[in-house]
Design a protein around this ligand. Structure first.
Ligand SMILES: Cc1cc2nc3c(=O)[nH]c(=O)nc-3n(C[C@H](O)[C@H](O)[C@H](O)COP(=O)(O)OP(=O)(O)OC[C@H]3O[C@@H](n4cnc5c(N)ncnc54)[C@H](O)[C@@H]3O)c2cc1C
Length: 413
């Protein structure tokens, strides 16, 4: 009997097990998971609603939505397994889905529905799930493999789907990297991504709790590396929110490379500097008895105003009659160019994913088989590919898991 051993019961490992078992009903397919149950991270995704894929995924989304050293290989995976394939996979499990914009969710709005259907399918197919099993090593045994954990397992094909090391409370603790290294794989630097940023001498700490639309630009050694616009959240330690998450991997990589990492905030991206100076001139004209602080109340959250004026070195009580057009321009410039020095990310524990991982050059993107060792396959976040927010990371896990599962059993024929 052919034995397919899958290490890691996350999105990628479960998708691999379902696909392997469906494609070869005679095979013994088993998942080894170190936690007490499989799919714990799936339950936490999308704030418990599981944003499982995105309608943009298919051909030609890779440059804008994924990052990694070898995007051509990532693209090859996504061309084979785009959002339609993920949709079909879940439809085949009986999941009814819905879209919000391009984001795809279960109709129930519950990640638990997704995991329940995956578990039912594993059971129906007779795939084995062994929980509480921490795999320490995988070794070659002739044409097969020995898997060393609390007890030993044997498999003809092994799929490494151990995840990265983001959110280790949910399972993935980085133990997949040394397993991959034993087969000669190299690892692109692993840093937290989709994560909050900690600001040095945070000038906006007192505005903690404020949410405001902003453009957020990552600057590495002063050079723009990425930008995103959306709802910025100011926290006591730094900045958060979707636009911060989207640029965070660039900052994390810059910090890892010991470069200067800064973020520039534009608090009014819908206006040019000139338009904003004009707007300030308009709202201060004929209101000369008011202070600049009072005049800004119609534009910004109250908690932001003293902080912005501090940056512009203007006292909040200054009467607008005392402010020249030149000073108003200065305030406008400040609103659009607030530089924050980033001292750190909020760490792997708080990151949604990892950037970096096993280099995609070392994996055949048509099968996810290792180019270093025949019979070993790799899937999911363990690999060097990370997506932006919006269902791209789960998609990568399902896609690579399904491709690896299918190829691992086909390989025998
Ligand atoms: C809070 C949060 C919200 C998220 N929301 C979304 C979202 O809405 N949409 C989206 O696309 N992405 C989201 N993500 C990212 C997405 O969940 C992950 O990219 C994806 O789940 C990775 O799947 P994986 O199977 O590769 O790894 P994981 O889900 O991390 O699974 C790896 C599994 O392997 C097990 N394991 C590791 N090492 C061993 C070992 N040595 N022996 C045995 N078992 C081992 C771990 O315990 C774990 O269960 C979110 C992530 C987080 C943390």
């Amino acid at each position: 009997m052919r034995r397919i051993g899958i290490i890691g019961g996350g999105a990628a490992g479960i998708a691999a097990a379902v696909t392997a078992a469906r494609n070869d009903r005679q095979a013994k397919v088993f998942i080894l998971e170190q936690k007490d149950r499989i799919g714990r991270k799936i339950l936490a995704t999308g704030n418990g609603r599981c944003n499982l894929t995105n309608c943009q995924i298919g051909s030609s989304c890779v440059e804008s939505c994924y990052r990694g050293e070898n995007l051509a290989a990532v693209d090859e995976v996504l061309r084979q397994f785009g959002y339609k394939e993920t949709w079909r996979f879940f439809e085949s499990l009986g999941l009814v889905m819905k879209t919000r914009g391009d984001y795809v969710y279960p109709r129930s709005d519950q990640a638990a529905s997704v995991l329940e259907l995956l578990n039912l399918e594993l059971k129906r197919l007779g795939a084995e799930v062994h929980c509480g099993v921490h795999v320490q090593s995988v070794i070659r045994e002739g044409k097969a493999f020995g898997i060393r954990a609390e007890r030993s397992f044997h498999a003809d094909r092994v799929i490494l789907a151990c995840g990265g090391k983001a959110a280790s409370a949910l399972g993935s603790d980085g133990s997949g990297y040394p397993l991959a290294k034993t087969f000669g794989h190299s690892i692109a630097p692993v840093v937290p991504a989709l994560v909050q940023l900690r600001v040095k001498a945070h000038p906006f700490a007192k505005a903690s709790g404020v949410r405001t639309d902003a453009r957020v630009t990552a600057l590495i050694d002063g050079v723009p590396a990425a930008e995103d616009t959306g709802e910025l959240q100011i926290t006591a330690y730094g900045i958060s929110g979707i636009p911060v998450f989207q640029i965070s991997r660039h900052i994390a990589l810059g910090l890892y490379q010991k470069k200067r990492a800064e973020v520039e905030l534009d608090l009014l991206p819908e206006y040019t500097e000139e338009e904003l100076t004009g707007l300030l001139a308009k709202i201060t004209a004929n209101r000369t008895e008011l202070t600049i602080g009072e005049c800004l109340a119609g534009i910004f959250n109250q908690k932001l105003i003293p902080r912005i004026l501090e940056q512009a070195k203007v006292r909040i009580q200054t009467r607008v009659s005392e402010l020249s057009r030149h000073k108003l321009k200065d305030i406008a410039d400040r609103c659009k160019k607030i530089r924050l020095t980033i001292q750190d990310t909020n760490g792997f524990e708080n990151a949604q994913v990892c950037a970096g991982g096993v280099r995609m050059d070392e994996v055949d993107p048509r099968t996810m088989e290792s180019r270093k060792r025949k019979g070993i396959y790799l899937a999911g976040e363990l690999l060097d590919a990370d997506g932006i927010c919006g269902g791209y990371n789960l998609h990568w896990a399902w896609a690579t898991g399904c491709i690896a599962g299918k190829a691992a059993v086909k390989d025998f024929r």
